[in-house]
Design a protein around this ligand. Structure first.
Ligand SMILES: C[S@@+](CC[C@H](N)C(=O)[O-])C[C@H]1O[C@@H](n2cnc3c(N)ncnc32)[C@H](O)[C@@H]1O
Length: 221
């Protein structure tokens, strides 16, 4: 499904011409298996669920999820057509089927209460403060009341070395979109965006800072 695309987004490696190198770079410098598997584990995926990968990019998370759990239906959505074209090729090569969709960065093209799970990895730090909250409210809208959101993203550094390392990400992706992440404000932003319960599932220290993995629920249970 194609909609008018916002010109105003931060691509995977900030500059469009770098998108084609995203997967190769990630494979070398980021503990992908550890972070993606921890995120997938936290989501308690079951047969028959409808799952949305928000900001799927080149679909590394969605493909891994589908390889580990073939039965659920997985949809990957992103604003960037170049990343989605790479995702399409990777999906065909991996022999898995996902639905990939391009959207306008504002309104997700799904009715209320469509998904059992939303997963999202390394996306929120690409969104400016107001956009973070708008996107999270959209994710809350498309989640079923019993559904949950599972987020892996840069968070409060676990020590001074992690804080210093994170300046590399901030120089690349920008200070405006990353500031609240490094201040450890994501849990508060989930609450501000209509979610009722936030649990931190894991933290992973990396070469570029501390990744935090959250499970976020619309209701307290
Ligand atoms: C660092 S990449 C992460 C990609 C993928 N989730 C992964 O784990 O490799 C960030 C992604 O966020 C996407 N993005 C940026 N703004 C967005 C928005 N408003 N809505 C959805 N995705 C967005 C970018 O196009 C890019 O694909």
């Amino acid at each position: 499904m194609k909609t008018a695309i916002t010109a105003n987004y931060v691509p995977a490696l900030r500059f469009r011409w770098l998108t084609r190198w995203y997967d190769a770079l990630m494979a070398r410098v980021f503990p992908e298996a550890r972070v993606r598997d921890a995120l997938i584990d936290s989501a308690d995926i079951r047969r028959g669920q409808q799952i949305l990968d928000f900001g799927t990019g080149t679909a590394s998370l969605a493909i891994r999820l589908k390889q580990r759990h073939p039965m659920p239906e997985v949809v990957g959505v992103d604003v960037d057509p170049e990343a989605l074209a790479i995702a399409q090729q990777k999906m065909e090569k991996a022999g898995v089927y996902l639905e990939l969709a391009q959207y306008n960065g504002e309104i997700l093209p799904y009715p209320d209460a469509t998904f059992d799970r939303v997963v999202t990895c390394l996306v929120l730090h690409h969104l400016a403060p107001a956009q973070k909250r708008r996107s999270l409210r959209e994710l809350r809208r498309v989640l079923k009341p019993s559904g949950s959101l599972h987020v892996a993203d840069w968070g409060k550094p676990s020590n001074r070395r992690m804080r210093l390392a994170f300046y590399v990400v901030q120089l690349l992706d920008g200070f405006k979109t990353t500031r609240e992440n490094v201040q450890g404000r994501l849990p508060q932003i989930f609450h501000e965006s209509g979610f009722a319960l936030v649990q931190e599932a894991r933290k992973v220290d990396t070469l570029f800072g501390t990744m935090r993995i959250y499970s976020v629920f619309g209701t307290k249970h």
